[in-house]
Design a protein around this ligand. Sequence first.
Ligand SMILES: Cc1cc2nc3c(=O)[nH]c(=O)nc-3n(C[C@H](O)[C@H](O)[C@H](O)COP(=O)(O)OP(=O)(O)OC[C@H]3O[C@@H](n4cnc5c(N)ncnc54)[C@H](O)[C@@H]3O)c2cc1C
Length: 442
Amino acid sequence: MSSTHFSSDSTVSVIGGGLAGCEAALQLAARGMRVRLHEMRPHTVTPAHETDRLAELVCSNSLKSLLPGTAAGLLKAELRQLGCRLLPIAESCRVPAGNALAVDRDAFACAVTREVEAEPLIEVIRGEVGSLPAAPAIIATGPLTSESLTAALLEAVGEEQLYFFDAIAPIIDADSLDHDVVYRATRYDKGDADYLNCPFDKEQYERFVIALREGEKHEAHEFESRFFSQLKWKFYENCIPVEELARRGDDTLRYGVLRPVGLNDPRSGRRPWAVLQLRSENAGGTAWNLVGCQTMLRQGEQQRVFRLVPGLERARFLRYGSIHRNTYLHTPALADETLSLKSAPGVRLAGQLAGVEGYVESIFGGWLAAALTAGPLPLLPDTTISGQLWRHMITPSDRYQPMNANFGLLPPLPERIRDKKLKKAVLAARALDDLKKWVADS
Ligand SMILES: Cc1cc2nc3c(=O)[nH]c(=O)nc-3n(C[C@H](O)[C@H](O)[C@H](O)COP(=O)(O)OP(=O)(O)OC[C@H]3O[C@@H](n4cnc5c(N)ncnc54)[C@H](O)[C@@H]3O)c2cc1C
């Protein structure tokens, strides 16, 4: 694949010390290239980050499943083959979450910050970048890219950008849970029982759904500066607020985020009508995230509505759910196949800003931008999740939206396999085999 590459003695500017930016910086350094990593925090803050650390996870502490028979697990297995730097750090900061890779967020951000700062080829510069950097550069400023850089990007690339709203779930203090009601279990008893479960009967569920629908919510324009409120806003389909799901139908939640299958209450031996799961936020288990309950409700309404959940009657909120901006660029229209901007060759896009969605996907985006900056790279196999995420970012589309890892991205198998589990296992094995050959050949 041909495009603008730079000799190993050029210094690469990486803008944004998040997941993509840190992975990119470490990858470039590993290839012997000098890096200036610009991170605007703590001088300029975002609506979601709370610290000055690099690679801060702003919401859930889960990097999703580790099982290779899942798309998220397969992407991790691929990243291991590609020599990803952030994944081993995440694994060293693991907290119990069944088959998922959940991390202690503080420990993870501290460990990445230490590793980046200890790398002699990387200079970390604290301060906002407000204009398009000179090549070679990687822009990895993420979904909360600052106002001045967004304005510079708009000017440089035109109006093709899209913006969407996203929402995050509340976190509850463990001491405020009613442990006579909530119970530990993992779905179908797979792995350790790391989740706490709040069981609803029919009446409790119906009351909760009505309260969600009637709850007073924030309006988008209340969240952003005048500059951002003037741009066009859309909801991102993969992160719909729970009250919006409740509005879609009486059973939408019960068949979705509150589905009770495989979560029988050990005290009754029965399956509840619906179940809200809580996932631990830290190694000590002192803070619990309401899984799937991202919300736009006002804070007072969150107290009223979520306290209707059995076991949460006295819930103390450590963090309220909220709505936030999530910015991304229409990369296929703006960049070439090496993610280099057509209007600024050698300036590459990475991470969520380029159109991948999720922590691990963004880490992959950082890996990819660094590898492409370092030299020519053959396309990753189309049978891999990583290969398809790359193709997603370079394939023209009228409705371009950030993409997360999923099996739907992969080409079908030559043979028809009815058993879904087996089919995913075969898809995963094919991906890892093909990637192994790609790594050996490139
Ligand atoms: C509120 C919120 C909740 C989310 N929840 C989840 C979740 O639960 N699970 C999940 O998988 N994904 C979640 N996402 C998506 C997730 O943030 C991204 O997928 C991932 O963090 C993106 O990685 P990134 O490196 O592209 O951006 P980030 O990790 O956001 O890093 C970008 C960095 O750039 C810095 N920056 C911004 N502008 C400038 C500038 N002009 N100059 C210098 N530095 C700058 C920022 O301070 C930040 O450190 C969430 C996103 C948001 C906003």
